[in-house]
Design a protein around this ligand. Sequence first.
Ligand code: AHR
Length: 352
Amino acid sequence: MRKKLVAVLMTACMALSLAACGSSKSTGGSADSGDNKQITVGFSQVGAESDWRTANSKSMKETFSEANGYKLIFDDAQQKQENQISAIRNFIQQEVDYIVLAPVTESGWDTVLKEAKDAKIPVIIVDRMVKVSDDSLYTAWVGSNFELEGKKACAWLDAYLKANKKDSEKINIVDIQGTIGASAQIGRTNGLEAAVKEHSNWNLLAKESGEFTQAKGQEVMESMIKQYGKDIDVVYCENDNEAFGAIDALTTAGYKVGPDGDVIVMSFDSTNAGLTDVTNGKIILDTECNPLHGPRVKEIIDKLQANQTVDKQQYVDEEIFAADDTVKSVTVDGKEYAVTATTKDVISKRAY
Ligand code: AHR
């Protein structure tokens, strides 16, 4: 009887140690480093509000594929923070190896990220930022410098107006903002507001959220046209899809959009569709926001798997695309950034 009990205990111990070997966290090494351990990644995505977001989801799905050694649990939060919080709790319950969060807004994450930390699951923040009381609640962040994007756009507008001898005219601007509280909105709005303060002839007529969508961008533009009509000189859209909606509203209302028209439209993202509108002048300037974060997040996970240190925060390099070559470069905070005059050839070399 005693012998039988010992045999049962030994079998149980062997089974337990085999299970421990099967856990990707205990072994280290990347998913494709030859140890054939599938890594489970729970990704809470903001939604599907824009072309940028579609490109971002594609990049994540292509990178974290089964063929590359991952199991990706993808959750579309439909632009709602409460859905993201539930998704993270589900990932914790499922004991994923990593949680990747593209947060809809910056605040409101402390509690759920503490739960992930208590469960010892590393959290990687991607795209927009989180504002938390304790930085150890996430492992790393990679994304865009949204305020720099806003500053670059405004430095270009300043140079463009000077080149066209309009720098002493009154310039009326409307801002179709992104989702309020999202880093992309905060940075781009701040960039504009700081520039308006520096230019006594720039006047911010109105700002309202277009929620980063084409439909809402169009709706907001329609209401701004009703209120301010021909007074509007510049429409500062905080992403490409809002710009598409704004252009539709303006052309339907009989406005000529473009360098020789009634109004100019500025945008952010530089998606292929956005840049196509740059080549025809409908969008005068598109400041890049790069969505191809899949490989960047993978690099972070690879390093963590290999027990290497990772940068806490990583900014992505981004370009500036204009409808013409009036402005060749802009200088922001002492650094010079080239401006590309957009052609079909430029667009054909880009991936999104
Ligand atoms: O956070 C990135 C922003 O979110 C992109 O500019 C926009 O298109 C997206 O919806």
